[in-house]
Ligand binder design. Structure first.
Ligand code: ZN
Length: 452
């Protein structure tokens, strides 16, 4: 019975919501270094106006996490809305058509800015949904918990991971939504049920430096690196086989609900290598050489060379077997000594492996049995007037913290904006998408929390 009131409230206050959203976009929270406390204070002020209990947890230099609660009752069903406050740096400002933090509005239809899609749009929509439930004095038997986090763009250990291990630890979570942009243009909205993990490894080859006129007296570290790169594909044989959480055929069936038929989807996949690439990336482990650096002068045999390999892991796939496979390749196939770290300078010919960055993938196994998820799906379909589809995220997000250690396996990713525009130059969001997502978050929270 409150559905109409919720939708009316949103339609009447669109302009105010857009202005609040623009203010949050214009607030500096570039990570690194973070400065998320700037955003947390504005959210706190906004929620204070209607007496929503909000707690800010400061840390480091002007950084913070925030938690706000709809009410004081934690004995019913608890719904968690999570969104990160930090944004990635804009890169060169000159590459942007409009200044990256201007929150430029184009034709009353789009907002251009760093963070518009990833993910201040989703975060603000969740804040507003909480405010609406409170201001309409809707009676519910459960609780809505808003968690605005820091640090997502640099791994999330100080953000989502810290929150669920500290202030949220004692609060049971029955369902969680992370408001990351879940559009995959030109397709309708997706609901992400899983994410890939990643592992970035720094490889350093240590050779022997010398004069380029007598190469045989040195050991060329760039040649050592090229041997590793050339053999890199062989590690696939050394890694235990991992099954994707959803096989290719089923993935295609899941997207096919947004097309008139599976044949048409097949045709579009053949015509659109980009979309095909996304689908394929979800069913396999991948690796990419992303950086390389070596040599100090034109006439010196390079004594060291560094490279970064970026591995993308399937949910369930672990870091250790991949590191072991890399070690085996370098030691057994190429005959070099592998070390984990170099202490001081070394004259030994060796290869050093260091983990630069790592996070596990995650997947909600039981999603097909969830009535709550079906309701979420139906609300999106009603509001967006298009069937959404269930899918997996090719990149990684904070969901693994919620899902993997059992805090809340029933975590999904859904939010306004398109995943393709995240981290890109001229990042943007459609205003209608932003407004629609407020409706979805508010209606779902009302439905979910009204039930015993
Ligand atoms: Zn994000």
């Amino acid at each position: 019975m409150y559905e109409k009131a919720i939708l009316n409230e949103i339609d009447q206050n669109k302009e105010e919501y857009v202005e609040f959203f623009r203010k949050i976009i214009q607030t500096d929270s570039i990570n690194p270094p973070g400065n998320e406390k700037n955003v947390a204070i504005i959210i706190e002020d906004y929620l204070k106006e209607i007496k929503i209990k909000t707690e800010i947890f400061p840390f480091g230099d002007n950084r913070a996490n925030l938690i706000a609660y709809l009410n004081d009752n934690f004995n019913g069903k608890n719904l968690l809305y999570n969104g990160h406050m930090d944004v990635v740096p804009p890169g060169s400002k000159d590459d942007w058509k409009n200044p990256p933090f201007s929150a430029f509005v184009k034709r009353n239809k789009f907002i251009f800015s760093r963070g518009a899609a990833d993910m201040k749009g989703g975060l603000v929509a969740m804040v507003i949904a909480l405010k609406i439930l409170k201001s309409l004095k809707i009676e519910v038997s459960g609780n809505l918990i808003l968690n605005a986090v820091a640090d997502e763009e640099t791994g999330g250990r100080l953000g989502t991971a810290w929150c669920i291990n500290n202030p949220l630890k004692s609060i049971k979570c029955d369902f969680a939504v992370i408001g990351e942009p879940s559009g995959l243009n030109p397709l309708p909205k997706a609901i992400f049920l899983g994410e890939k993990g990643h592992l970035q490894v720094k490889i350093t080859t240590n050779g022997i430096s010398g004069h380029a006129s007598m190469p045989s007296l040195g050991k060329n570290a760039i040649y050592m690196m090229s041997e590793i790169i050339e053999k890199l594909d062989r590690i696939d044989e050394y890694i235990p086989k991992s099954k994707p959480p959803i096989e290719m055929d089923k993935l295609k069936k899941l997207i096919a609900v947004t097309f008139p038929s599976e044949e048409i989807l097949e045709r579009i996949l053949n015509e659109q290598p980009m979309l095909q690439g996304v689908v394929q990336s979800l069913v396999k482990f991948s690796k990419a050489l992303t950086m390389i650096k070596g040599g100090i002068k034109e006439n010196v045999i390079p004594g060291s060379c560094e490279a970064i390999i970026d591995f993308r892991l399937l949910p369930g796939q672990k870091v250790d077997p991949i590191m072991n496979a890399l070690k085996k390749l370098i030691e057994e196939d190429l005959g070099y000594i592998v070390k984990n770290q170099i202490f001081g300078s070394t004259k030994d010919i060796c290869v050093v492996l260091e983990i630069f960055n790592a996070s596990d993938g995650s997947y909600w196994n039981q999603w097909e049995k969830s009535q709550d998820l079906k309701e979420f799906y139906n609300i999106i379909e009603t509001i967006y007037e298009k069937k959404p589809f269930y899918f997996l995220l090719p990149a990684s997000a904070d969901a693994h913290y919620l899902r993997n250690d059992g805090y809340c396996p029933q975590t999904i990713l859904f939010g306004p904006g398109s995943a393709g525009t995240a981290h890109a130059i001229d990042e943007y969001i459609e205003i209608q998408d932003f407004i629609n997502s407020i409706k979805v978050f508010a209606l779902f929270a009302y439905n979910f929390l009204s039930k015993k």
